[in-house]
Ligand binder design. Structure first.
Ligand SMILES: [Zn+2]
Length: 259
């Protein structure tokens, strides 16, 4: 119990670091070491930077200029804490925990980065490929070397196919590399389940967005107005949701029909 709370709090702190990576990676990473408000550039004190708590206490606004703070901050912090907590509850402090925890941090960063910037950064996805290959090598390879090695490329192949025939318009090459790492992380069967869940969740969200657009109720976000299914919806978050469902809930698509 106490260790669980410690893991959760540690996750909140790691999450606030991930926010920095998600926002700054690729443009001016670590060029300004001191945190400041994006709107008024006022330097932020440590009590402005407490994960989740500061956002709640300040009502989601900057203390100095009252401009709105992105929901991304508390959300990424909370999700990081929950991912580390669930990993700990499932695996304890086992070697598997220490190999899979970095994978979840990278999965989360890639999802948030894809949602924010509509692209999957190479640096993060290469780190994912290395960690997932390591995970496969240490925890699955011995049982079935052949299947383990090929699980990554096999799971990536439908995305490679979509990328090739659409000239990169339906699916980015980042999604191909992400699927490669999901295949190595989950293995062939579970990797396939994750893809099925990803397409289901993606289709549901897509239908929901079309419904919102049709009914004209797009007051939520002006971005929705010029949304087209083909290009604008990033697919990485759905792949990761599929991976979450398979890894933590241990569900297969068939289980859904039996619920
Ligand atoms: Zn400000």
């Amino acid at each position: 119990m106490l260790t669980g709370i410690f893991v959760f709090i540690f996750g909140l702190i790691v999450g606030s670091f991930l926010n920095v990576v998600i926002i700054r990676y690729g443009n001016r990473f670590f060029s300004s070491p001191r945190s400041e408000c994006f709107s008024c550039s006022h330097p932020l004190a440590f009590f402005d930077l407490l994960p989740v708590l500061s956002f709640l206490f300040l009502g989601g606004r900057c203390r100095y200029c009252q401009s709105k703070i992105s929901w991304q901050y508390p959300l990424v912090e909370l999700l990081t804490a929950l991912l580390l907590l669930f990993s700990y509850l499932k695996l304890g402090f086992s070697p598997e925990f220490f190999f899979s925890a970095p994978l979840w941090l990278l999965f989360l960063s890639v999802s948030a980065y894809d949602l924010r910037h509509k692209i999957i950064p190479d640096g993060l996805v290469y780190a994912l490929i290395i960690f997932s290959f390591g995970y496969m090598f240490f925890f699955r390879f011995e049982a079935s070397p052949f299947l383990s090695i090929f699980s990554g490329p096999v799971i990536a192949s439908p995305f490679l196919f979509l990328w090739l025939i659409s000239d990169g318009r339906w699916m980015g090459f980042g999604d191909v590399k992400l699927a490669l790492s999901i295949g190595w992380f989950l293995g062939l069967a579970q990797g396939f389940y994750a893809l099925v869940f990803a397409f289901w969740v993606g289709a549901l969200v897509g239908l929901f967005l079309i419904f919102l657009k049709k009914t004209g109720d797009v007051g939520l976000s002006p971005k929705l107005k010029n949304l087209t299914i083909k290009s604008e919806i990033p697919f990485a978050p759905f792949l990761i949701i599929g991976t979450l469902i398979v890894f933590f809930l241990e569900l297969s698509p068939l289980d859904i029909f039996l619920l």
